[in-house]
Design a binder for this molecule. Structure first.
Ligand code: SAH
Length: 254
């Protein structure tokens, strides 16, 4: 694969900023992206945007701001993505595979030939919510001084984009077009959402939740499917099982 072919993969990488409060950080993130050759910026419900401050901090990357997609929630931002990483300064208690930037970039590139991937950055004051992290396949943590682990969001964007630059346009160019042994396309976020709703309804029909909180059960199941990088064929089997459950008549209570 030539360097040029690898570079076209930049078009499949979305950088998503969630609910950013300082427009200057949006501009600085756009500049960081353009320096490294990335161009797809998605803004989820930015607090103060469009803004002159964003334009001034972007310096020559105003084109990225002009083309940025502005959406209302994370679900919309990652719609159609086949692999998503959430970034966090904190190491969370709920289980996600924790990846350093280089590992995360390599893992994402194993899937990239099959569709878009997204790297999601959180709010300046509170990061990403657990609900948002549940939409992610992995947690990207930039190793830092443990006593001072929170980077400025645009600095975090810079580090991740630099790793993509190294991976896709560095001297040691590797071929990236998805895992060779994969027979089946990965399910995207929209397909997964449909399956989760179906699974919830089937489990509910079975009376499976009982006294358990359905939200907590579903959260754990989403974690499982996210870690597995579920394929479309696997997803169809799960949906088939759900339909079979729903088609079964409930045994009469004696
Ligand atoms: N107080 C917040 C920090 C938010 S910093 C918290 O506890 O989560 C704003 C954003 O920058 C984070 O949501 C994340 O996207 C990114 N970020 C900052 N430091 C990071 C780190 N060490 N590793 C990965 N992402 C980081």
């Amino acid at each position: 694969m030539t360097q040029q072919t690898n570079l076209t993969l930049f078009n499949n990488i979305r950088i998503v900023l969630v609910n950013t409060s300082h427009p200057g950080n949006i501009g600085a993130a756009a500049r960081a992206m353009k320096n490294m050759g990335l161009s797809r910026l998605t803004l989820v419900d930015p607090e103060d945007y469009p803004s002159l401050e964003a334009i001034s901090r972007s310096v020559g990357a105003v084109d990225l701001l002009d083309d940025a997609e502005v959406v209302k929630d994370l679900k919309q931002a990652i719609s159609g993505c086949i692999w998503v990483a959430g970034t966090s300064a904190r190491l969370r208690t709920i289980e996600w595979p924790i990846l350093e930037p280089g590992e995360c970039v390599q893992q994402s590139l194993e899937h990239i030939g099959q569709g878009d991937i997204a790297i999601v950055f959180g709010r300046e004051n509170s990061g990403l919510t657990n609900e948002e992290m549940e939409m992610c396949n992995a947690l990207l943590h930039i190793p830092t001084n443990p006593d001072f682990s929170s980077l400025n969001v645009a600095a975090a964007v810079q580090i991740v984009c630099y790793e993509y630059r190294l991976a896709l346009a560095g001297n040691k160019i590797k071929k990236h077009k998805g895992k060779k042994h994969r027979f089946d396309a990965l399910a995207d976020s929209t397909q997964l959402d449909g399956m989760y709703a179906h699974l919830h309804d089937a489990l509910d029909y079975l009376g499976f939740f009982g006294t358990n909180n359905p939200d907590i059960v579903m959260r754990r199941l989403k974690g499982l499917f996210n870690r597995a990088a579920t394929t479309q064929r696997e997803l169809s089997i799960i949906r088939g099982i759900c339909s079979a459950i729903q088609d079964k008549k409930r045994p009469r209570k004696q």
